[in-house]
Design a protein around this ligand. Structure first.
Ligand SMILES: *[C@@H]1O[C@H](CO)[C@@H](O)[C@H](O)[C@H]1NC(C)=O
Length: 505
């Protein structure tokens, strides 16, 4: 049976951890979004499963407020969708609940006279119960040769190389790589999905997408809030595990990999793996780490003010790393990864700087820079040098600007989870993480993390909540190949305050 069979009519979707936060905020709203947009048949059955004793109605009341209903029609769709939802309360570690789940699904299948049972299990669960649930599902609820099953799991996929491999070792005998869908929700974001078409459907770009033309790449993640009293979890994770090893690395591979031989999921993932294998080990002496302190006006707490974290925690809430990709295309191009919490704004973007003129005419003008903004407000803009219009002969930077809000105002851009659940229903693995990707990325990050969490760890530099990051940031970026534009002549063409805000780095 082919793994790319599309799950259409009469699919049964089981959401584990149904009473939890992730399911409430992301999974159920995504399922509703798919239904609203016509991508989920009304013959689908959705079963919530968790330990909490809830009635069907209580679950529905809990999940409903997070549904997005932009139109009158979509408001009417809420009740229609909720008719598809039921709830089973059961333990995660003993057979009863699973047997009940299996017989419930069997009843649905019998009532709808399916030829082949299609079951999608979504594990919105903490890693401590992943494998228990996965094992029980395999034993009691997998349709075997009477159908197909797919299982979606969410990060964290391990804490370091050893634990990631241990998790994999437990899952592999139960669920084949074909049935397993590891979500990194960044791969469902519109701009991230756009990277492959953007790079490979625009031939002229291929000609300059290399170290002859590109001088530096920066991928940055900025969050405007701290742990806000929930640092207990974050304290043992840190920003590097939280967003770099997974999200930013996924973005990096899509920006830098070679052209896959086809659209086939394995062809795409093969190229990502090949790229990952070319990354040189991190230079631990070239990292900038920080931890946020109280905001300058004192209104926002520092990280150590969070009572749920260790009092002397050295947890890294800000990090800048620079890596090198050791292949013909990218040799010599520094790639800066930058991520932080409690910063001046929330923004995720890719910045690619091109080589400047080294002599002759126009040798003192700014580098061209391509900015791809992943969030908020998807956009791409290319900073170009042009003559200032009119009598003047001076040169100014202006943008070729593709802002999705203005250019694609009528389009519906799905939430990352909607897009990924749809991919899974279609049997398309392209935007999910393969086991060998995890191995290689953890292999790169683990020595660095061991150093940062070991006895010789550097003390993170303080930075105020709401600032751009530690004082050494600008120097660090300059030292590692990022050139700041000449602000005197740099002008963003749109003057609305929120867009101006977006153009800052
Ligand atoms: C699920 O239930 C059906 C019907 O009772 C049964 O035939 C099947 O063996 C069960 N599946 C598993 C994996 O126990």
């Amino acid at each position: 049976m082919s793994s790319t069979v599309e799950f259409k009519e009469n699919t049964v979707i089981v959401v584990f951890g149904a009473s939890g936060d992730l399911a409430k905020k992301k999974t159920f709203p995504a399922l509703f979004g798919l239904f609203r947009e016509g991508f989920l048949s009304s013959s689908t059955r959705i079963i919530g499963y968790a330990r909490s004793k809830l009635t069907d109605e209580e679950l529905k009341t809990r999940i409903k407020p997070n549904f997005k209903t932009p139109t009158e029609k979509s408001k009417a769709q809420v009740d229609e969708f909720l008719k598809m939802v039921t709830y089973i309360s059961g333990p995660y570690d003993t057979p009863e609940g699973y047997q009940k789940l299996n017989s419930t699904i069997e009843e649905y299948d019998a009532a709808s006279k399916v030829k082949e049972s299609h079951r999608l299990f979504y594990l919105a669960l903490p890693p401590s119960v992943f494998t228990t649930v996965a094992a029980n599902l395999k034993q009691y609820v997998h349709p075997g040769d009477k159908g197909l099953a797919r299982i979606i799991i969410e990060k964290p996929f391990g804490h370091d190389l050893a634990s990631a491999q241990a998790l994999q070792k437990e899952l592999a005998p139960l669920w084949s790589e074909d049935e397993l869908y590891r979500i990194d929700h960044y791969l469902g974001k519109e701009m991230v999905k756009n990277l492959v078409p953007f790079r490979f459907a625009n031939n002229f770009l291929s000609a300059c997408w290399n170290n002859n033309f590109i001088k530096s790449i920066q991928i940055s993640f900025k969050e405007p809030f701290g742990t806000e009293g929930r640092g207990g979890y974050f304290d043992s994770i840190g920003i590097i595990r939280d967003v770099m090893q997974n999200h930013l690395f996924q973005v990096l591979t899509l920006v830098m990999m070679e052209r896959p031989v086809s659209f086939d999921a394995e062809a795409v993932r093969d190229e990502k793996v090949r790229l990952l294998k070319s990354i040189k080990p991190f230079d631990k002496d070239n990292v900038l780490v920080g931890q946020y302190t109280r905001s300058e006006d004192g209104s926002k707490p520092g990280y150590l003010d969070d009572e749920t974290v260790k009092p002397d925690s050295k947890c890294v809430t800000f990090a800048c790393l620079t890596l090198q990709v050791d292949n013909e295309r990218w040799q010599g191009v520094p790639v800066i990864l930058r991520a932080g919490k409690a910063l001046n704004e929330g923004k995720v973007e890719i910045r690619i700087q091109f080589r400047e003129n080294s002599n002759g005419m126009f040798k003192d003008i700014n580098r061209n820079e391509l900015v791809i903004r992943i969030q908020p407000d998807e956009a791409m803009y290319m900073k170009m040098n042009t003559k200032v219009p009119g009598i003047s002969n001076s040169i100014a930077v202006t943008e070729l600007d593709l802002s999705y809000k203005s250019r694609y105002s009528d389009f519906y851009i799905p939430e990352a989870y909607e897009s990924l659940i749809r991919d899974c229903l279609r049997g398309d693995h392209s935007n999910f993480v393969r086991d060998d990707e995890l191995d290689i990325s953890w292999g790169l990050f683990t020595p660095l993390l061991n150093y940062l969490e070991g006895p010789d760890a550097p003390t993170p530099q303080p930075y105020a909540y709401g600032s751009r990051g530690p004082a050494g940031l600008t120097d660090y970026l300059k030292r590692n190949g990022y050139v700041f534009q000449n602000r005197n002549i740099y002008q963003w063409p749109v003057t609305t305050p929120d867009v101006l805000e977006q153009s800052k780095i």
